[in-house]
Design a protein around this ligand. Structure first.
Ligand code: ZN
Length: 304
């Protein structure tokens, strides 16, 4: 059995660290995420052994101090590259078409290039969304939760915009268009669920995934959307304690036509008596907002 080997090339240009990982077999699967205290960027390469790569590559760049290489696990083989960072950094990654070259750019975001979160309170204006048995309208709950999320994120210095600030109708494509035009890094659509069966209850988060997607950036976006959905769902379950309806795929316009990681949250059922009663209460809407905000910040810290 021929051992898969790896090559690592690093360079620096105007404070931007470039790293090229060359594998002698296609990189079938890999994962990139960040860790803090100390700041690190981790790349796990699946079904690949480190081969003859040295355990430490000193680079002494502005953003990256060194790269550590380890055989993280065997069976399946996982090679882990740890980029030790001198400061918080953002990254971009590109996998070549033959999947043998993974290019990375690691950099400090310039002011104005910080993450922007776009929150999308569903429905509005003459479109109330679902209406509960007491007359509670989904559009009002969505907007209130979105405003609460914005308040929390803004207090943490995360720039946040809403697709609507008031009770007005906004077209679906206008919503995703706003996020795209703003250059948002995260898009979160906020909804409450409804079903003719009033027993239906619980929390779900949706993301878009097209199985035959060919465009590299779009594949990455869909993977990130799934990750965001998982993180937000977990936070909602932890804080709300409602039934776990799972993270699901859906072909919603706002998720399909956005160009950044995007999810649509159905936090609870407005058509369910118990959950409508909860949604009518300020403290519960605040809880939903806290869970969403926590999910977004978790995602930004570890995935962007
Ligand atoms: Zn809705």
């Amino acid at each position: 059995n021929e051992e898969t080997t790896l090559e690592l090339k690093t360079s620096e240009e105007n404070g931007l660290t470039k790293a090229t990982i060359i594998a002698f077999q296609p990189i079938k699967d890999y994962k990139i995420f960040k860790l803090t205290a100390p700041n690190r960027l981790i790349i796990d390469l699946y079904d690949i052994r480190p081969g003859s790569l040295p355990p430490t590559v000193m680079v002494n760049f502005e953003v990256v101090s060194q790269v550590r290489v380890g055989w993280f696990s065997s069976n399946p083989d996982v090679t882990r590259l740890v980029f030790d960072l001198n400061q918080k950094a953002a990254y971009r990654s590109y996998l070549s078409e033959d999947k043998k070259i993974l290019d990375l750019e690691i950099f400090t975001p310039k002011p104005g290039e910080e993450n922007l979160v776009v929150l999308d309170p569903g429905h509005g204006g003459n479109e109330p969304g679902a209406v509960g048995s007491t007359g509670l309208k989904e559009k009002d709950v969505n907007l209130d939760v979105a405003k609460k999320v914005k308040k929390i994120l803004t207090s943490q210095n995360i720039k946040t915009e809403l697709t609507r600030e008031g009770d007005n109708y906004v077209d679906l494509y206008e919503r995703s268009g706003m996020a795209n035009n703003f250059g948002a890094s995260v898009f979160v659509s906020i909804h409450m669920n409804a079903h003719e069966n009033r027993g239906a209850n619980g929390t779900s988060v949706f993301y878009y995934c097209y199985f035959n997607e060919q465009k590299k950036e779009e594949i990455v976006r869909q993977e990130k959307s799934k990750e965001l959905a998982n993180i937000v769902q977990q936070n909602l379950l932890n804080l709300l304690g409602l039934k776990d309806r799972g993270v699901q795929q859906a072909n919603f316009a706002v998720l399909r036509t956005t160009s950044m990681p995007a999810v649509l949250i159905e936090a609870a059922f407005i058509s369910n008596y118990t959950e409508e009663n909860l949604l009518a209460q300020e403290y519960f809407r605040q809880k939903i907002a806290q869970a969403i905000a926590q999910g977004i910040t978790d995602f930004i810290t570890t995935q962007l």
